[in-house]
Write a protein that binds this ligand. Structure first.
Ligand SMILES: [Zn+2]
Length: 115
């Protein structure tokens, strides 16, 4: 892969990483405070649902965060853009859409149909 492309994917990954960490900070400041909803069952239920949503968002974000960090590590170690399963180069279109991917499209499809 040529160095200009690599730099571009690196920028995409870092931008996404920034986006995720600012979202994380925002979610933390929105987390419902404890104590002041006591006695109101409906509000309590809403607060629980909201807390639940935050946790779920947080989990999928953590997953993505890890994938992005891995991708940046692969750039550093000169292994970026190569499918981990079959060793083929991953297409530019795919890297453009999901720069943190570890699999080429064929392997990803095989993985999904196997699951
Ligand atoms: Zn592959």
């Amino acid at each position: 892969m040529n160095p200009a492309d690599l730099q571009r994917y690196k920028r995409l990954l870092i931008a996404r990483l920034d986006e995720l960490s600012s979202k994380r900070t925002a979610a933390a400041s929105l987390a419902p405070g404890a104590g002041d909803l006591q006695g109101d069952v409906i509000d309590q239920a809403n607060a629980d649902a909201e807390a639940d949503l935050h946790i779920r968002l947080h989990q999928s974000d953590s997953h993505l965060l890890r994938a992005i960090e891995d991708a940046l590590a692969r750039i550093t170690h000169d292994r970026f853009g190569v499918c981990e399963t079959c060793g083929s180069p991953i297409s530019k279109a795919r890297l453009e859409a999901v720069p943190w991917t570890r699999l080429c499209r064929d392997c990803k499809e095989r993985e999904q149909s196997a699951a």
